[in-house]
Design a protein around this ligand. Structure first.
Ligand code: PEP
Length: 259
């Protein structure tokens, strides 16, 4: 992290887990440990259907509720989609875009991700753009090239005025939900590559301000080491965010005094 230039963001991606009736117990536990965390921005991203209940459960605390996806389109005949305008009207600020599960299971590609990023930014949302390589790509050493392409494609047509709202999450696919984590050194190196892409396109001042998160089996044991890297400004957490105590431990790891 580099707190001089960027805020720290710890975001939980619940995926298709939890139900509205389970929210209160989760929220009560998380709030009791880190409900007033001032050292980082805490975000939980439940399924769309739980967003209002989650907002109610976290009201008055420093925990934002985000979304897991957003439509590439403004409005119309897109059954099952949820638009940026709908999210914005609910008071949502953060939305995950281009998660590897959306890419691999629902055929989202770089142009789709770009459309979604632009749709989110047009309504002042902050897209958390996920990029990352497969195991084969990791083993063949093409990670930096691939991530460079993904970031460039996701940011195509995004003007200077909007780029400061962008958050990039480096999520090696082979580390998601597997218990395997990138080494802090490797994650930091890819985060540095991402920042270099942004620097080349938008200049050094903007590149310094864009948060780059790491995601992929981050947990209470490895969070501190990852978050200590200067170019890693937080985490996108799946499995460990489902347990409020584990999620809270990661949030505590981001505390300056604990670094
Ligand atoms: C994710 O799905 O974004 C993720 C990082 O999951 P996990 O923490 O379970 O690897």
């Amino acid at each position: 992290m580099n707190r001089k230039y960027r805020g720290v963001i710890i975001a939980g991606n619940w995926k298709m887990n939890n139900t509205p009736s389970e929210l209160k117990a989760y929220a009560d536990t998380l709030k009791s440990i880190v409900g007033q965390a001032r050292w980082c921005e805490v975000v939980v991203c439940p399924s769309f259907v739980m967003i209002p209940a989650a907002q109610k459960a976290f009201r008055g605390n420093r925990v934002s509720v985000g979304a897991q996806d957003v439509s590439a389109f403004d409005a119309g005949a897109y059954t099952g989609d949820v638009s940026a305008r709908q999210l914005s009207e609910l008071g949502i600020r953060y939305v995950i875009v281009g998660h590897s599960e959306r890419r691999s299971r629902y055929g989202e590609n770089d142009p789709t991700v770009n459309q979604k990023v632009r749709a989110a930014l047009s309504l002042n949302l902050r897209p958390i753009i996920c990029v990352g390589e497969s195991l084969l790509q990791h083993e063949t050493g093409v990670t930096a090239d691939l991530v460079t392409l993904q970031v460039k494609a996701a940011l195509s047509g995004v003007p200077d005025a909007q780029i400061r709202r962008v958050i990039i999450a480096y999520e090696p696919i082979w580390a998601i939900g597997t218990g395997k984590t990138a080494t802090a050194g490797d994650a930091a190196s890819v985060a540095g590559t991402i920042r270099a892409v942004i620097r080349k396109k938008y200049g050094a001042r903007i590149a310094r301000a864009v948060p780059v998160l790491y995601g992929g089996s981050m947990n209470a044991d490895n969070a501190k080491q990852l978050l200590m890297q200067p170019d890693i400004d937080g985490g996108l957490i799946g499995t460990a965010s489902l347990d409020p105590e584990s999620f809270a431990s990661i949030i505590m790891s981001a505390r300056q005094e604990n670094m």
